[in-house]
Design a protein around this ligand. Structure first.
Ligand code: PRP
Ligand code: URA
Length: 209
């Protein structure tokens, strides 16, 4: 089974409550998705390896730490995952960004692929896949399968809200992937929406409904 972390920091939980509110306008929604992604990224990168370097401060030579090896790649699942990218880049500006375009067929709830572009050196990087919602888990499962074909070092998946069904399916399909979510909600409804959730994340980020 995957390592599952619920990032329940008070700042994240507070922002998530505003995000869920149906009266929160798109502009605020977008900003909150980005801020939550930044706070979650802080938690999800706790285990990044460090190496010792020597630096010269104005006072003395000192041993100091910096991040070891190649940096990260962030891969948003389009569209809604795009809303999380800038929050991560604010903390890790040198991260490369790949894109996977998937939409859920409204009838079958199966993910349909329409775009895929990864950094050329993704095999040498740790990857963080981002999407605000993990409902049935189908989109995350397919996106991660596509990335695995390129052989990256390690994959983490980060979402704001997950349904129990989605987390179970994702951790069974990809037990080696570490999962971070800010909230684990009750269930899916008959249309595959997370309850209570926040509605359609893509529509709320981009104001398309
Ligand atoms: C939403 C969401 C996830 C997916 C989750 O995207 O952003 O990608 O649904 O559902 P699943 O876990 O059941 O696959 P959607 O298909 O609505 O596309 P969009 O981001 O373009 O709005
Ligand atoms: N996709 C969303 O945007 N919201 C849900 O609740 C489920 C899938």
């Amino acid at each position: 089974m995957s390592n599952i972390t619920i990032t329940n920091h008070p700042l994240i939980q507070h922002k998530l409550s505003i995000l869920r509110d149906k009266d929160t306008p798109s502009k605020d929604f977008r900003e909150l998705v980005e801020e939550i992604a930044m706070l979650m990224c802080y938690e999800a990168t706790r285990d990044l390896p460090l190496e010792e370097i020597e630096i010269e401060t104005p006072v003395a030579v000192a041993k100091a730490k910096h991040l070891a090896g190649k940096k990260l790649a962030v891969v948003p699942i389009l569209r809604a995952g795009l809303g999380m990218v800038d929050g991560i880049l604010a903390l890790i500006p040198s991260a490369r960004v790949g894109h996977i375009g998937l939409y859920r067929d409204p009838e079958t709830l199966q993910p349909v692929e329409y775009y895929c572009k990864f950094p050329a050196d993704i095999a040498e990087r740790d990857v963080i896949v981002v999407d605000p919602m993990c409902a049935t888990g189908g989109s995350a499962i397919d996106a991660i399968s596509m990335i695995k074909k390129r052989g990256p070092k390690h994959i983490k998946f980060m979402c704001t809200i997950a349904a129990p069904e989605g987390l179970k399916a994702l951790s069974e399909a990809h037990p080696d992937v570490d999962i971070f979510c800010a909230a684990l909600d009750e269930r899916l409804n008959d249309h595959g929406y997370i309850v209570p959730g926040l509605g359609d994340a893509g529509d709320r980020i981009f104001g398309t409904k």
